[in-house]
Design a binder for this molecule. Structure first.
Ligand code: HEM
Length: 625
């Protein structure tokens, strides 16, 4: 889950989405959210002496600052990102806006200056991310900084590398097969499906299976399963206070605090049960008391009891926490067996930015892996298991920080489905709006897969047009809309004072820059990624950043792309889709950009696969694939 604020409109054909009063109000509140992002729930810090000039500010009213003009724009013309784009065109790549009671927000749209903030200066994330703590976990890598963050990335990077994900492809495929079955039934019954809803459930299955080695049939259980119920309840509760910034203080009222704690405990206990089970399967003993204290005694002890016979014992002591590579609360788990000393080589996993600049190509998030890490990858069934092994290897006495592991599970559960489900939902919407793109894509899928119903990693890598379609979908509709950093006291950027300001970057604004992308920047046109020497080949890195850039880029970029490719290829091989909604899709900005109407689609089986493949091969040859 990423903290992103603002209403977004659909960029299809440049129409301005009609806005309801409610969504406008939400938009305004989110304007406050952006502006307040730096200060969390405390009062705005006192401005320090300016270091540098002040950036231009769009016209504002005394006392109301920009809230009046923003309200008017959002009510009549579009969303916050469109407004930011308009202001960028009028005022250049640095400008500032403000709403009463919140620190100034400086929008940075210059690619080189963004690189400075993200890679060179590495400004910290906004303290407001901490509002997501109940959902993401107190030690989530989304919010940690410095050494703690680096250690967390080092432990989890290998699991998100293409080397490991290649071996995990069967997991992606088996979850997608459930989706295909569901679509078969819909085609049979001529039912209209809410495609976005189905992709949410499928991506949840994938993160549980590939991430934590746990098979949960979300597509059958729907939204009634206990894990989903716990997550959704807590997510909605926390998002309310995030959305309603003027009422944010209410989250600290005693009854809200206890409600948050209760809901958080429900989610924690569900995921802790999975964690404890996995650790026991690995022969690792669990300190029941510590685990219960972290997640709720009942569920943890029952999960431990259900795994009786695996040698659970209380063996860790709080002193081991001091030796753990992850500073935090108590180390709650210790190895039943000593870690293989032969594998005690230095970790070479990297969390630097350079290895992840292009998640669409061969480079990846994992960096160089040592031989020992490579072996662990082969021996590990899922990302969690691999990270546990790496943590054990790095830890002096094999102790593990249970809270750190639980936090990353919560983080991946949240971040690992919402964003990718959005990407899939929006891509299907674009395909329905551009039948020629859909035909060319289906032709490529048929030509590459032939009669095979399970794509191999190699086959997915060969689908160049599919890659271009996903790149383009992420360009015109980046699921994470706005990224916020905090300018430290006394700081400046490109000669502008950034002291105690929110530094806001909008991937959408970067992606719509006609100077970079050409006059058709707003159009959905995957071909731009395949044109030799075309503008898309010369884009500066920070002009395309759906997964952000630099060291704090998305750890799950490769994961998300492999997942999206698998799901799209398997769906398009078997089915044709037609948009069944009454009106065009619109953006509903929650933490990410959701398709408001859920992408309702009519599903039909494709014609005879063999005949389709032959026709597709001919079409593909004609299209120059
Ligand atoms: C299409 C899918 C996705 C998109 C567009 C996306 C986008 C992003 C962006 C823009 C950031 C930077 C946020 C910031 O700086 O404030 C980010 C960070 C992150 N993402 Fe993703 N994400 C996606 C999928 C995933 C998946 C599948 C996972 C995990 C299973 C994941 C886990 C994370 C984590 C843990 C971070 C924080 C990394 C750090 O701070 O070191 N994301 N993502």
């Amino acid at each position: 889950m990423q903290l992103a604020y603002g209403q977004q409109g659909c960029c299809m054909g440049g129409h301005a989405a009609p806005r309801s009063h409610r969504s406008t109000v939400r938009g305004i509140l989110r304007v406050h959210a952006v502006a307040g992002a730096a200060s969390g729930s405390t009062s705005p810090p006192q401005p320090s002496r300016p270091k540098g000039k002040q950036p231009p500010r769009p016209p504002e009213l005394p006392g109301l600052m920009h809230s009046a003009s923003m309200t008017a724009y959002l009510a009549t013309q579009g969303d916050l990102e469109r407004l930011l784009l308009q202001w960028r065109q009028q005022h250049g790549p640095f400008f500032e806006f403000q709403v009463p009671g919140s620190p100034p927000v400086m929008v940075v749209a210059d690619p080189e200056a963004i690189r400075e903030v993200y890679e060179v200066l590495q400004y910290h994330k906004s303290p407001r991310y901490k509002d997501l703590l109940p959902v993401l976990g107190s030690q989530s890598m989304v919010m940690s900084e410095g050494h703690t963050w680096k250690a967390q990335r080092d432990a989890f990077n290998p699991g998100f590398s293409s080397s490991f994900l290649k071996t995990a492809l069967p997991g992606f495929i088996s979850c997608t097969e459930h989706l295909v079955e569901r679509l078969e039934a819909a085609a049979e019954q001529r039912e209209v499906v809410q495609l976005h809803h189905l992709t949410v459930l499928t991506t949840l299955e994938v993160i549980c299976k590939v991430g934590f080695g746990e098979d949960i049939d979300f597509l059958s259980a729907g939204r009634s399963g206990p894990l989903w119920t716990a997550f959704e309840g807590l997510g909605r509760h926390v998002a309310w206070f995030l959305d309603n910034v003027p009422l944010n203080w209410m989250k600290d009222l005693p009854w809200n605090v206890s409600k948050t704690q209760r809901m958080q405990q429900q989610l924690d206990s569900q995921l802790m049960a999975i964690l404890v089970k996995r650790l026991q399967e690995m022969g690792i003993s669990v300190d029941r008391q510590a685990a219960a204290a972290l997640a709720g005694a009942d569920v943890v002890s029952s999960s431990v009891a259900s795994s009786a016979g695996t040698g659970a014992s209380s063996s860790s002591s709080s002193s081991s926490a001091a030796k753990c590579p992850f500073p935090g609360v108590a180390a709650a788990v210790s190895a039943a067996t000593a870690p293989d000393t032969a594998q005690r080589t230095t970790l070479t996993t990297s969390s630097s930015s350079s290895d992840a600049e292009c998640p669409f190509g061969d480079t990846d998030t994992g960096g160089e892996a040592s031989a020992a890490t490579e072996q662990m990858m082969l021996d590990s069934k899922d990302i969690l298991m691999l990270a546990v092994k790496l943590c054990q290897k790095e830890s002096v006495d094999g102790s593990l920080d249970l809270e750190m592991l639980l936090s990353q599970m919560k983080t991946f559960f949240a971040a690992g489905h919402d964003t990718t489900a959005g990407l899939l939902g929006w891509t299907m919407w674009y395909l329905c709006q551009h039948p020629q793109v859909e035909r060319r894509l289906a032709a490529e899928v048929a030509a590459v897969l032939g009669s095979s119903s399970q794509p191999s990693y190699q086959q997915l890598s060969e689908m160049r047009y599919l890659n271009a379609v996903l790149k383009e979908s992420l360009r015109v509709r980046p699921p994470v809309g706005l990224l916020a950093r905090w300018g430290p006291e006394g700081s400046s950027l490109a000669g502008y004072d950034t002291s105690s300001k929110v530094l806001l970057v909008s991937p959408y604004v970067q992606h719509m820059d006609t100077q970079v992308w050409g006059p058709d920047a707003a159009d959905f046109r995957p071909e731009r990624w395949l044109e030799e020497g075309g503008p898309a080949q010369r884009v500066p890195p920070y002009s395309y950043m759906p997964f952000s850039r630099g060291p704090r880029n998305c750890i799950g970029a490769q994961f998300a792309l492999l997942e999206a490719k698998t799901i799209l290829a398997m769906m398009l091989q078997k089915f044709e889709f037609e948009y069944a909604g009454d009106k065009p899709e619109e953006v509903l900005m929650s933490v990410t950009a959701h398709p408001k109407f859920g992408v309702p689609l009519r599903v039909r089986r494709r014609a005879q696969p063999a005949a389709a493949a032959a026709a597709a091969a001919a079409a593909a040859a004609g299209a120059g694939l």
